[in-house]
Write a protein that binds this ligand. Structure first.
Ligand code: COA
Length: 159
C-alpha cells in the first residue's frame, strides 16, 4: 500500500471547490489520484478527455497528482492503484446524507478502504458543476467559480 488517496467525481467541469480539495489532499498524501467517473448512464456535458485536460491545466501547480478516467466500481479502481483511501468533499449538511450512504456501501463491500471527508472552504460551499454549466449555457459570468485557465474551454463548449 502506498501513501496515496483517490479523489473521485464527475468533474463536469472542475470548479474551485474541487481544486481546493485536490490541493489540500496533495499536502497530506504523497500522491493524489483524481479519478473521473466515465458514467455510462449519465452522459456529461464535457467529454471525459476534455475534463482530464481541464483538470490538468488547473492542477499545474501540483506535482503529485495523477488524473485518470475510471468505470465500474470505485473501490475496484482504488485497489487497482494500490491505495486504500477515498477523499470526498463536504460542502454543507445537505451533502452529508448521500455521502454517508456511499461511504457505508463502500465500507461494506471493501472494509480495507476508508473514506475521509474534507470540509470545503465556506467560500466554495455553494459552488457546483451544474451551476457553472447553467451559467455558461445562458452566457452568464461563471468565472468566479472555476480556475481562470479553463474559462475559455467552458465558453467554447457552449458556443
Ligand atoms: N466543491 C464544489 N463542488 C463540489 C464539491 C466541492 N468540493 N464536491 C462535490 N461537488 C459537486 C459537484 O460539482 C457535483 O455538482 P453537480 O451535481 O451540480 O454537477 C456534485 O457535487 C456531485 O459531484 P461529484 O462529487 O463529482 O460526485 P458524483 O456524484 O458525480 O460522483 C462518485 C460520485 C464518482 C464518487 C460515485 O458515483 C461513484 O463512486 N461511482 C462509481 C460506482 C460505484 O462504485 N458505486 C458504488 C458506490 S455507491
Amino acid at each position: 500500500m502506498n501513501n496515496s488517496c483517490v479523489y473521485p467525481g464527475s468533474f463536469d467541469p472542475i470548479t474551485y471547490g474541487h481544486l481546493d480539495i485536490i490541493t489540500r489532499s496533495a499536502k497530506i498524501f504523497d500522491k493524489v489520484y483524481v479519478a473521473i467517473l466515465n458514467n455510462t448512464q449519465k452522459k456529461g456535458a464535457f467529454p471525459t478527455e476534455k475534463r482530464v485536460e481541464m483538470i490538468q491545466k488547473s492542477c499545474k501547480h501540483l506535482d503529485n497528482i495523477v488524473i485518470e478516467v475510471f468505470d465500474g466500481l470505485l473501490v475496484d479502481y482504488v485497489r487497482k492503484v494500490k491505495s486504500n483511501v477515498i477523499i470526498r468533499g463536504l460542502r454543507a449538511v445537505s451533502d452529508f446524507e448521500a455521502e454517508f450512504q456511499m461511504s457505508h456501501i463502500n465500507l461494506q463491500i471493501a472494509p480495507d478502504i476508508e473514506t475521509l471527508f474534507l470540509s470545503t472552504l465556506p467560500k466554495y460551499s455553494y459552488i457546483s458543476s451544474s451551476m457553472v454549466r447553467e451559467l455558461a449555457y445562458f452566457k452568464g459570468d461563471f468565472s468566479y467559480f472555476v480556475p481562470e485557465c479553463i474559462v475559455e474551454d467552458i465558453k467554447q463548449q457552449y458556443k
